[in-house]
Design a protein around this ligand. Sequence first.
Ligand code: TYD
Ligand code: MG
Length: 455
Amino acid sequence: MAKTKTQFICQNCGTVHSRWAGKCDGCGAWNTIIEEDPTSGIGGGPGKVAKKGKPVTLTMLSGEIEEAPRIQSGISELDRVTGGGFVRGSVLLVGGDPGIGKSTLLMQAAAALARRNNRIIYVSGEEAVAQVRLRAQRLGSADAGVLLAAETNVEDILATLADGKRPDLVIIDSIQTLWSDMAEAAPGTVTQVRVGVQAMIRFAKSTGAAIVLVGHVTKDGQIAGPRVVEHMVDAVLYFEGDRGHHYRILRNVKNRFGPTDEIGVFEMSDAGLKEVPNPSELFLGERNAKAPGAAVFAGMEGTRPVLVEVQALVAPTSLGTPRRAVVGWDSSRLAMILAVLEAHCGVRLSSHDVYLNVAGGYRIQEPAADIAVAAALVSSLAGLALPPDCVYFGEISLSGAVRPVGHTGLRLKEAEKLGFQKAALPAGSAELPKTGSTRLTALEGLTDLVVGIAG
Ligand code: TYD
Ligand code: MG
């Protein structure tokens, strides 16, 4: 018998190495490489007879398939992110830091679905049934009729699920506790997680049940992270948030059945997660509009406008190399804006420390925030507060021009709704609203903005 060759697999990204190393070449993580037997859990075993399949043309299928059948929870922030509900027969992964609220969110979703006469099974590998029930009681979900099971072995879970009626939705909390008899590696390793997830995917496809998998994101790589199964599942959601703040964002990063880049906003309270239907009000809640260095950015998350405050502090430095610190935005983007301000507008910041912060612990992902960042920087440098009722958006190019961005109408409408009466936006913006009382300042180039603020 041939000697089985072991592989060294990074637990963070799944990259296979031929020998052990301290640092993974794939993702750059340290101490994440573990020796595993790649052959365990793969293949049908001896005696497996190959079955002949029959390819079909796509047109043959048309007429049979309509929209993917979905199960809606009625929690609109959640349904929006999934693209209209959980899809039957699909597998969805919910990732996030430990303690961020994944189990809480899914217990609330399970209860909401069970109340709508769905059969929901919550399989917990992390907590005992009594613990899960206690949490459900705190959330006011104990009487919803969610079925609980505490299992970690994949074969046991499948036997539990196959017993009796078919479930509509199964929650597996978490993939890192799954282990199968088919694989020899330790629980939590890439091999075990993959084998477990594969079994769950097969179950979903064969029974039509929707499956939600919970995966912890780990920094130290001691257990395999959700990244190693992202490509196997149909949709991936990440639950994010800052421990210092109460709100949480559910973000869609992959979706085979709908749009990505939608977000759902929740607030963590004593009684679990509460929906936040208007996130702008939350992010602008503690605003001090009279301070220099603060600009309100009219941003977008998917199809949804989000207003958030960008704060800058520019101070003379005593260091040879000035400091640049950014929270909530891309630091290379900040470097670019500083360079454009210096090259095209004569705003010199090379002898100043620059600190940039997005209020509320929110993370901006859009280049449309360029103009808001530039406005906050110039305002702080000049020591002049920006008009408190003005919003800013637009992308800056390296030439110093201000480029139009999408969804102008939606951004302006949200700003108007929250009492903003002015907007600085790119000249040539499309879809400007015909009505509306907002006074618009069209910016051709970054210089227009700088002159407008500092005179
Ligand atoms: P949890 O859902 O257990 O996180 P995860 O499954 O992602 O590890 O959430 C745990 C945190 O949520 C914990 O720090 C306490 C907090 N929490 C509340 O603030 N209110 C609540 O009603 C519940 C159930 C949890
Ligand atoms: Mg949990």
